[in-house]
Design a protein around this ligand. Structure first.
Ligand code: SF4
Ligand code: MG
Length: 336
């Protein structure tokens, strides 16, 4: 069956004074109609660059899309003209950013902004668009929608602004919503509310969502499937159950261990993964995680692990999944 979105072998570089950064390396994943797919990774792992490439937001230069395909409903987005892409954005694919203040227009009433988004992408009268804008404000859980329609972004709280952004993004019934760290700037309670809202809306509207986050807790609460990114590479993909219950990549193990444990003493809460990610000007030819991995073997240093299929839809780029690799409990017993 055709996927809603299918990214294959995507490669994105950036030219800088210091050389060329390989920000996205051979990235492949797909999104099904109506699902929430999370891309999780540390900052600099290439998750934002990946979705910005999908949205045609990478300035070229300094960016350079070196290869790959992005099929959306069977069409390769990398082959569309700027005009065709603009048409698609906001009608079939839309995006929510981390900081709504940078994408909301501070001089325009919030309701008008939602209305404009509707008018830009749908064949409706002004009156119908206005009515729909009020409905959208209500749908995203903002009280007193009629009053709120007439207010400006600065009259909204951070959480309300993020809701307004989601309303704008959903106003034209997109097939795919891309949310890049949509709740990172919000405090924990508001964050949970906005995530619940997104989940709710996904169920109501059947819009597929790509959720970018550095927080596995957010993934567990929200997503159905996950791709774990490290140093520009997707190192593991699977269902939420696969990733949380039988992860097959040492980087994923490290991420899971670093989830705050609120029952533990303060100082034990976070176990950060030691070391830092590799230099993407000159990435290692083998496994990108090798320098930080306590299970690294000789093969890891010289050869990039292929994508091992663990079971249906669960894949990991780690040599430990090769049948010839030592079993993990042997490595642990040997003190590695
Ligand atoms: Fe560790 Fe090797 Fe697996 Fe990379 S391929 S994560 S270095 S065991
Ligand atoms: Mg980012």
């Amino acid at each position: 069956m055709e996927h809603l979105l299918e990214v294959s072998n995507l490669e994105v570089n950036f030219k800088t004074y210091g050389g060329e950064v390989q920000a996205v390396r051979d990235v492949s994943f797909h999104v099904e109609k109506g699902e929430i797919m999370a891309i999780v990774g540390e900052s600099g792992s290439g998750k934002s660059v990946t979705v910005q490439t999908i949205m045609d937001l990478i300035p070229t230069p300094p960016g350079k899309i070196k290869g790959g395909k992005i099929l959306f409903q069977g069409k390769d987005l990398l082959k569309l003209s700027k005009k065709e892409m603009r048409k698609l954005k906001g009608s079939k694919i839309s995006m929510v950013f981390q900081d709504p203040m940078t994408s909301l227009n501070p001089t325009m009433k919030v309701g008008k902004q939602i209305e404009e988004s509707i008018l830009n992408h749908q064949q409706v009268t002004k009156g119908q668009a206005r009515k729909k804008a009020v409905e959208m404000i209500k749908l995203v859980g903002i009280p007193n929608p009629e009053e709120r329609y007439h207010q400006y972004p600065h009259e909204f709280s951070g959480g309300m602004r993020q809701r307004a952004m989601i309303a704008i993004a959903l106003a034209c019934n997109p097939e795919l919503l891309i949310a890049d760290e949509p709740t990172t700037a919000l405090d924990v309670t508001i964050q949970a509310q906005v995530l619940n809202l997104m989940k709710d809306l996904q169920e109501k509207t059947n819009t597929a969502i790509i959720l970018i986050t550095h927080d596995l807790g957010v993934v567990a609460e929200t997503a159905q499937r996950v791709a774990v990114m490290y140093a520009g590479v997707i190192v593991e993909t699977g269902s939420v159950e696969d990733i949380f219950e039988s992860p097959k990549h040492p980087y994923t193990w490290g991420l899971l261990e670093s989830i705050p444990n609120f029952e533990a003493e303060e100082k034990e809460r976070l176990i950060p993964i030691e070391g830092s990610p590799p230099d993407l000007f000159n990435p290692p030819k083998g496994c990108p995680f090798a320098a930080r991995c306590k299970y690294a073997m000789e093969v890891c240093v010289d050869h990039m692990p292929p994508e091992f299929e663990i079971e249906n839809g669960h894949t990991a780029k780690c040599w430990l999944n090769d049948e010839r690799a030592p079993k993990i409990h042997d490595l642990v017993a040997a003190g590695r």
